[in-house]
Design a protein around this ligand. Structure first.
Ligand code: GLV
Length: 417
């Protein structure tokens, strides 16, 4: 997935960093001009120097910077949903339907965003969820993400499609990672992937259950539209124009993938889950659950955690936001295993709301890609820092100085109150 800048139609003598900084500075000037028009506020002084990752004010602001830094097809790959991308947007918007009930008369001399999960201490409930093929966003790809995860002590879930080997990621992160699993439709490959991941130091296998469609079946219109505007010649970077994950991702290297036709078995049933449970020696998480029924079934069949996710709205246009699915999953699981969630989390208040509704931890996907594309490792670090800062601020403001203090009464759904 790595691409050469000179072939992108971008000025070849600029480095990625310089290009991103220049593009960012232009956007920043636009925002400032827009703000002046709207508010008639006094002029803001000229900016000195290019925009740095730590100057970006919030997580969403990394998206236009990433767009400016990336070739259209690669940005389209990150941005795309299905059909009209309405579920991608619902994931984000639905957080706005929840209100925080801020409490007073609380001792706020110490705030602590830390949690203990699966026996490990985390500084923050925010983890880096799986995002595939990150060398499409930055030449260092997942290696830069792993270094950012290490400096910020963030838990990482490595994608099956990672463009950097799992062994290297474990080394750079210097802590166990979770391996997301697309099992494919060939059981021999499923077994080999699990064995390889566990041998390399993954302490959890995260089975994705929301991607049963065969390769190319999902209607990723935004990606296809973006690709049509991208004049680059794909085979120049994608050896043999191979876009199928099993033909390019290091996790598959050396395996005989000639029988693989898709990322998941056509019958991903509970019997199949039992079979997988039997070969996973460590923890097995099930990711992609959006109903209480499936959460209950996953736990009954051995899941050590359930992850509420609709794949960032990338697989089916359900119009159902994951934050709205969290309560029914939490209720069905009844505390037997942790419930995690991802999808549309863009603010510390979103993390707070997910915790209040019963999630133990919250994953972020696209924002990693945005930060990485715009600024490399520093961008991912800045994204994590913003979540941490915003989460701590709302915890203090809402009178909940620890994660454990964020109870079910900390939020209300505005239509269901
Ligand atoms: C990979 O998981 C993707 O959604 O493209």
């Amino acid at each position: 997935m790595a691409h050469e800048r000179a072939k992108d139609g971008l000025a070849p003598r600029l480095t990625r960093r310089q290009f991103a900084a220049a593009a960012s500075a232009l956007l920043f000037a636009d925002w400032v001009a827009g703000a002046e028009d709207a508010s008639k506020s006094p002029p803001i002084g000229p900016r000195v120097g290019p925009l740095r990752a730590r100057d970006v004010l919030n997580v969403r602001d990394f998206e236009p910077l990433a767009r400016a830094a990336l070739p259209p097809a690669h940005f389209g790959y990150l941005a795309t949903g299905i059909d009209d991308d309405l579920t991608v947007r619902r994931n984000e918007q639905a957080f706005g339907d929840y209100e925080i009930r801020a409490r007073r008369f609380v001792d706020l001399s110490h705030t602590n965003t830390g949690i203990t999960l699966f026996g490990a201490h985390w500084r923050s409930p925010v983890y880096l969820s799986a995002v595939s093929s990150m060398r499409a966003f930055h030449p260092e790809g997942e290696a830069a993400v792993a270094r950012a995860a290490a400096t910020r002590s963030a838990q990482m879930m490595v994608s099956t499609g990672s463009s950097v080997s799992l062994e290297q990621m474990v080394k750079l992160r210097s802590a166990p990672v979770w391996q997301q699993l697309y099992p494919t439709d060939d059981w021999a490959i499923t077994q080999a992937l699990v064995q390889r991941a566990e041998a390399a130091g993954a302490n959890a296998i995260v089975l994705t259950v929301d991607s049963t469609a065969t390769a190319g079946a999902r209607n990723s219109e935004t990606l296809r539209r973006a690709a049509q505007t991208d004049s680059r010649h794909c085979p120049a970077c994608h050896v043999g124009n191979r876009h199928d994950m099993w033909l390019r991702a290091p996790l598959f290297s050396g395996l005989d993938v000639t029988r693989v036709r898709g990322l998941a078995p056509p019958a991903l049933t509970l019997e199949w889950l039992d079979r997988l449970r039997h070969i996973v020696r460590g923890k097995l998480f099930v990711k992609g659950v959006v109903t209480g029924e499936d959460a209950q079934a996953a736990v009954a069949h051995g899941a050590d955690a359930v992850i509420v996710s609709n794949h960032g709205g990338r697989n089916e246009e359900t119009l159902r936001a994951t934050i709205d699915c969290v309560p029914e999953v939490v209720q069905a699981v009844k505390g037997r295993v942790p419930v995690l969630m991802d999808g549309g989390v863009r603010r510390g208040t979103d993390v707070y709301k997910a915790i209040a509704l019963g999630a133990s931890a919250v994953g972020i996907g696209r924002p990693q890609g945005w930060g990485l594309a715009a600024f490399g490792q520093e961008g991912v670090e800045a994204v994590l820092d913003i979540y941490a800062r915003e989460l701590e601020a709302i915890m203090r403001q809402a009178g909940t100085p620890s994660i454990g203090a964020i109870g079910a009464r900390a939020v209300l759904h505005r239509d269901r109150a």
